[in-house]
Design a protein around this ligand. Structure first.
Ligand code: FE2
Length: 286
């Protein structure tokens, strides 16, 4: 069959929201505009030049039924959790957390050289793994490989494969691909994405062209949702360069019931999570 380029199905402007203990961030998935792009439940872009926008952070809170991927561009997030992990992730690092049946954690953003910026993606867990053992992993910047092409295209491969380079995050149930792509003016980047998987591009620097010739540019910051096909094409708009996260994953096709930090399959399972919190039996014990 002939290769099919994915076309733009939707372009979403992030919405400003206040989350945690008073953190201002920009949300593209988990809003009235775009609730769920199976298997992705939420996408937040956080960061500000004003620490008052984020220093209150995300004090100890529960999660059940999901995995979260946090990818930092600048600054740091200090964290600790009910598994006994504690540490700091900084610029270029990635943290992924499987909440499974129950985790409590704290995430506190801090500036470095006045800056703090990053992304958090929530990936759904299939029904059979929602109550699995919680797990926490982090990969420091130096262990995230970067593909560099002659024409200036650069791809940091957090998860998945790009330009023959495989990323270190390999155990997320939905088998997502998570790429930090920079395309300079004049170059074109083509990324295979299996047919039937969902594909998203979050443009956060410059402007991009994703839909062939003659289209209007997609400026930062916007979330592009692609239609089906077997590859995504990207060029920079207007002779500048574009930088975006290219995220894809296999849809689960299961019903979801979501309530804040819990995402399950049924309303009853949400009630159970709240009951477990009240009873002090929430945190996973094997
Ligand atoms: Fe959290």
């Amino acid at each position: 069959m002939a290769p099919t380029a994915r076309r733009i199905a939707d372009i979403v402007a992030p919405q400003p929201v206040v989350e945690g203990a008073g953190v201002r961030l920009r949300r593209s998935i988990a809003t009235g505009r775009l609730n769920y792009v199976d298997p992705f439940l939420l996408f937040d872009h956080f960061g500000s030049d004003d620490p008052r926008d984020y220093l209150a952070g995300f004090p100890m809170h529960p999660h059940r039924g999901i995995e979260t991927v946090t990818y930092m561009l600048a600054g740091a997030v200090e964290h600790k959790d009910s598994l006994g992990n504690a540490g700091t992730i900084g610029a270029g690092d990635v943290q992924w957390m499987t909440s499974g049946g129950g985790i409590l954690h704290e995430e506190m953003p801090k500036p470095r050289d006045g800056k703090m910026e990053g992304f958090q993606l929530w990936v759904n867990l299939p029904a059979r793994l929602k109550m699995t053992r919680p797990r926490y992993r982090e990969v420091l910047a130096g262990r995230i490989p970067e593909a560099r092409r002659q024409d200036g295209v650069r791809v940091r491969v957090v998860a998945g494969v790009a330009e023959g380079v495989r990323g270190p995050v390999t155990e997320i149930a939905a088998a997502p691909s998570f790429l930090d792509v920079t395309v300079p003016g004049g170059a074109e980047y083509v990324q295979p994405v299996p047919k039937g998987h969902c594909a998203l591009a979050y443009v956060f620097e410059g402007g991009g062209m994703f839909d062939g010739e003659g289209e209007p540019a997609v400026p930062a910051t916007r979330m592009v949702v692609f239609g089906d096909g077997d590859h995504v094409r990207a060029k920079a708009a207007g002779g500048g360069r574009v930088r975006f996260l290219l995220i894809s994953g296999k849809p689960l096709g299961e019903p979801i019931a979501r309530y804040g930090p819990f995402v399950m399959n049924t309303r009853q399972e949400i009630e159970q999570a709240l009951e477990d919190l009240r009873m002090g039996t929430f945190v996973w014990r094997g």
